[in-house]
Design a protein. Structure first.
Length: 996
């Protein structure tokens, strides 16, 4: 606390923030927090530039200064008047504190009986800054107002004058005040008096010292004849001596003065030495540090000396050596710089004395040798080493890392060493020491240090973190075992780092090359039914390569390219090679039936069972699983029966639509990962739907640990890839290279030459439990109705009744909601519709354009509702659609991925060549009608292969219609007939077969 009290001075007192007037102003306002926030906002430096552009200068300030105090040391007083720039009128401010605060918060105030609403932006920028400063003085309780004036000294006076120098309208006792443009320089005259003492006189231009005003030791401004001069901050400590006639340095202290004080004075003053002092008496040289280092096997010792020109000073004896001086010459020591040298050295070594240092700490010794010495040498320090100290530094640069990779039966072995160092070091210990203890060196048995390349250690630490590695410690060596799937990535990462020398033996190099390439020498299975397209044969061989090398992967071919065919072929090859274990296929419920039919079609020699039905039926089937080559189960059933299935060991576990485990935390993902198998395969046309982490979940099923821990994967890959910053490209490239050997993806456009112009795929599905019960009841009713009608009217006259009954059966297969409400029994599930949604999701994710045909417009409306809920864009056309061309153009321009069409309305007049996928949701009696609809997509000029899907519900009338279509394909002409004509072509035996 600073207090000065006399008749002509003001009390300065540091006060707590309890200024009653100031607090009252806040408390009177109902929005206290809002005002405080605004007050903070107006002070925020980040807003400076923004506010600078807002100043309108509607008002100005007239600054009235006063000075008080005895002698040259004064106290600065300040009061304000408001200038209305519009009417050029000065207004008296009676309550300065209230005025400042009101300007800050922009509230109304009374000045000379008139109400004003004044804001900071109404002043110039400089005046606004002054108002903020003065308001802070009040808010912090630093100064006291007296008679409308604020009084300042020291730091506050300095800050106030720094702001005032940019404001023009300033008066001192009615006189205009200005600020000098340049910093005021002081000069120093030094001479001897008769007693040989040293005399110092401080001169300020030709000023009369008695008329100079100062405002405290920490104020850089002086006032002389109505002009404020700014001085250097370094003058502050000697200002109290300015007004003395002279400063006397006793002759006994001249040497200390010249060595300790004079060099610093020369930095800030113009020093004048009169002729009666010989210039040779003062020898001024820049000081240099000389550091001597020694080592006794455990401790480093250091002493320091100082060099001035050719003279070396031993600070302990205070004597100069190695140079010659005349008797009347003195070398003036730069004590400040000498202290700086000692303080600097004490940062890295322990201080044993004023000028001696030592340490036994390995960290400090290494840091001294490899970091401090080079840094200080660059700054001009000189070091002298004993022979024993030199032995500490074996290498200036870090040693090159050597890595050797060798192949074992089912894993790779890797060894690390340092070039030129015979001693064995545990790399994991080194990584741990670097990461947890910040070590940067290896200490050899002879005591010397080897610096570690920290960038390489970080690089290897990342690799160790990302890959499952087993460490085997041995006396002669430290081996690291890495799984087969990590070898290609490990080898690539080691090889591309310039600081690591990688050696691969022949077996390791060949194996890594085999893992990377797709091609593999393997014959197709003998008993496969169906012909391989070229890309399918490549895919089959790739699957066999993974199986033979005990690796797993993702077959990510585009929709419709035959992922199931390639998978079935690989499982069949397993059996032909002698495998006795069952393979398990896990699929969405809607796809279980299709897998069953695909296996029966392409590999009839394989025994297959579906794990469906009620609990009793499933348990019976699960017990018999080992008697079959393939078991098929849905994801939902697997979740229920995992307790029993997890006890089995399978050959293959195949996940169809593997995106069902994209979220690692779901029950689906946890369930499939608990299965035991020798091989694993994921099938997905869309391995990534929303995020990169979906890939992690799939590979965590296929090869646990392959992509590291989930948390690390998100940090190292997903976060940088999503951020799209400079690390994004590198992270994406690393991930692609890492997974490339274990994912095979071909798009339709890539294999067009292998595809027929159009081909048909039959996708089977099952009725849901409730749907099946409904179907059986409708079937029984249809049998009774048809037989009774034919008996009563004869077959030729019963076609309409027969068609109506058969249509109800077809409707149940499509969706129970197509039936009249009296018949459907509030059943809302459909196995076929579930399959349809699965197919749509995959097709859209694969970038396909899809035509969907149905003979039931009500079915199309059910689809529309579902697509809306899924936020999938679609187009719609039925017989009531009048203006077709805009819809056709939109689809062909790619504005919507799905076009829903009624079968009859799409028969003529449409060219939809954007489509590469056609889905016939339900079958029609006459395949010519379906073919004509499919041909809406396949036209002359079509450059995309068209896949035509037919959805068939297993064990229903749809299977028999398909059988009938195939039987009559050659007999039915290409003329489109109406429904009655189509049904008229059926014989009574064919109708009976349909309802049998």
């Amino acid at each position: 606390m600073l207090k000065e009290s006399n008749n002509d001075s003001i009390n300065f007192e540091k006060k707590k923030f309890n200024n009653k007037n100031y607090n009252d102003k806040f408390n009177e306002n109902k929005n206290l927090n809002e005002r405080q926030n605004w007050l903070y906002y107006t002070r925020a430096p980040l807003m400076e530039n923004y506010r600078d552009n807002l100043y309108r200068e509607y008002f100005g300030l007239s600054i009235l200064l006063s000075v008080r105090g005895e002698g040259n040391e004064k106290i600065l007083g300040l009061s304000l008047k408001l200038i209305d720039n519009e009417c050029k009128k000065e207004l008296r401010i009676n309550e300065l504190e209230n005025f400042l605060f009101s300007c800050i918060v922009g509230e109304k105030q009374n000045i000379e009986d008139k109400e004003y609403k004044i804001e900071l932006e109404d002043f110039s920028r400089e005046e606004a800054r002054l108002i903020r400063f003065l308001n802070n003085i009040y808010s912090e309780g630093l100064q006291k107002e007296e008679n409308g004036k604020l009084w300042f000294k020291d730091y506050d006076a300095n800050k106030c004058l720094s702001l005032l120098k940019n404001i023009s309208n300033i008066r001192l006792e009615s006189k205009a005040i200005i600020f000098a443009d340049e910093i005021l320089n002081l000069s120093l005259n030094i001479f001897y008096n008769e007693e040989k003492d040293l005399i110092l006189n401080i001169n300020i231009k030709d000023f009369d010292l008695n008329k100079i005003y100062t405002f405290g030791e920490n104020c850089n401004f002086i006032l002389y004849k109505d002009i404020f001069y700014e001085t250097k901050p370094s003058y502050a400590k000697i200002k109290k001596n300015i007004f003395k006639n002279s400063i006397i340095i006793n002759k006994d202290y001249i040497k200390d003065f010249c060595s300790r004080v004079l060099p610093n004075l020369k930095k800030d003053f113009s020093v004048q030495l009169p002729e009666d002092i010989s210039e040779n008496e003062i020898l001024a040289f820049p000081v240099q540090a000389l550091v001597y280092l020694d080592y006794d096997g455990a401790n480093v010792f250091s002493t320091i000396k100082f060099k001035y020109g050719s003279f070396i000073l031993d600070p302990y004896t205070n004597k100069f050596t190695s140079g010659y001086m005349f008797d009347n010459e003195e070398i003036y020591r730069d004590i400040e710089k000498e202290n700086y040298f000692c303080e600097t050295l004490s940062k890295y070594l322990n201080r044993a004395g004023d000028y001696t240092f030592s340490t036994s700490d390995d960290e400090k010794i290494f840091y001294l040798c490899y970091k401090v010495l080079p840094m200080l040498q660059d700054k001009g320090w000189t070091f002298f080493y004993s022979e024993s100290f030199k032995s500490l530094k074996l290498n200036v640069k870090p040693l090159k890392m050597k890595a050797s990779l060798t192949k074992d039966i089912n894993f790779f072995e890797i060894n690390f060493s340092f070039e030129g160092v015979k001693e064995i070091y545990d790399l994991s210990d080194i990584i741990r020491a670097v990461k947890t203890e910040n070590k940067e060196y290896i200490r050899l048995q002879n005591g010397s240090f080897v610096p570690i390349d920290l960038e390489i250690i970080d690089y290897l630490a990342k690799m160790f973190k990302e890959n499952p590695i087993e460490e085997i410690k041995e006396k002669e060596n430290n081996r690291y075992l890495i799984p087969m799937f990590s070898a290609p990535y490990f080898a690539d990462m080691l090889e591309k780092h310039s600081g690591i020398e990688l050696n691969l033996d022949d077996s390791a190099a060949k194996t890594i090359d085999d893992i990377k390439k797709v091609d593999y020498d393997e014959n197709p299975p003998k008993n496969i039914k169906g012909e391989f397209r070229n890309y399918q044969l490549i895919g089959y061989k790739w699957l066999r390569k993974l199986a033979d090398m005990s690796l797993n992967g993702i077959l990510a071919d585009d929709m419709g390219l035959g992922k199931s065919f390639q998978t079935i072929a690989s499982i069949l090859k397993e059996k032909e090679n002698g495998s006795k274990l069952t393979s398990l296929i896990v699929a969405p419920t809607s796809c279980v039936a299709n897998w069953y039919y695909e296996i029966k079609k392409f590999a009839p020699s394989l025994e297959v069972i579906t794990l469906t039905g009620n609990l009793k039926s499933r348990m019976k089937r699960i017990k018999a699983v080992n008697n079959y080559d393939i078991a098929i189960v849905s994801y939902s059933t697997l979740r229920r029966d995992i307790k029993f299935l997890s006890e089995k060991e399978f050959n293959y576990v195949v996940l169809d639509e593997a995106q069902h485990i994209k979220n690692a935390n779901t029950q689906n993902a946890k369930t499939v990962k608990s299965l035991k198998s020798q091989k694993r395969l994921a099938l997905s046309g869309t391995p990534i739907e929303n995020s990169i982490s979906e890939m992690w979940s799939m590979f965590d099923f296929l090869m646990p640990g392959f992509l590291g821990k989930h948390k690390d994967f998100l940090e190292d890959y997903e976060a940088p890839i999503i951020s799209a910053n400079e690390d994004s490209k590198e992270a994406l490239e690393n991930l692609k290279n890492r997974i490339a050997p274990f994912i095979l993806r071909r798009l339709k456009k890539d294999v067009l030459k292998d595809l027929p112009p159009k081909h048909t795929v039959i996708n089977y599905c099952d009725l849901t439990k409730e749907q099946k019960e409904l179907y059986m009841s409708i079937l029984e009713a249809a049998r009774i109705e048809i037989f009774e009608t034919v008996k009563r009217k004869g077959f030729a006259q019963s076609h309409i009744e027969i068609f109506s009954a058969l249509t109800r059966l077809r409707q149940v297969c499509c969706h129970p909601r197509l039936l009249h409400s009296d018949l459907r029994k509030d059943i809302r599930s459909s196995g076929k519709f579930n399959l349809f949604i699965e197919m749509i999701r995959e097709a859209i994710a694969g970038g396909h354009s899809i035509l969907v045909f149905s003979s039931f417009t009500k079915m199309l409306n059910i689809m529309r509702d579902a697509l809306k809920k899924l936020n999938i864009d679609y187009l719609y056309l039925d017989g009531k659609t009048k203006d077709r061309m805009p819809l056709i153009q939109k689809f062909n321009n790619g504005e919507a991925p799905i076009f829903l069409l009624s079968l009859k309305a799409a028969g003529t007049g449409l060219t939809l060549t954007q489509a590469d996928t056609v889905i016939h949701y339900d079958l029609w009696w006459n395949p010519a009608v379906e073919n004509q609809a499919t041909d809406r997509a396949y036209r002359i000029g079509q450059k995309r292969a068209v896949t035509n899907y037919k959805l068939i519900t297993r064990g229903t009338i749809e299977e028999k219609i398909l059988e009938l279509q195939n039987k009559k394909k050659k007999l039915i002409d290409n003329v489109v007939g109406d429904c009655v004509n189509d049904i008229n072509k059926l014989s009574w035996d064919e109708v009976k077969n349909l309802i049998d």
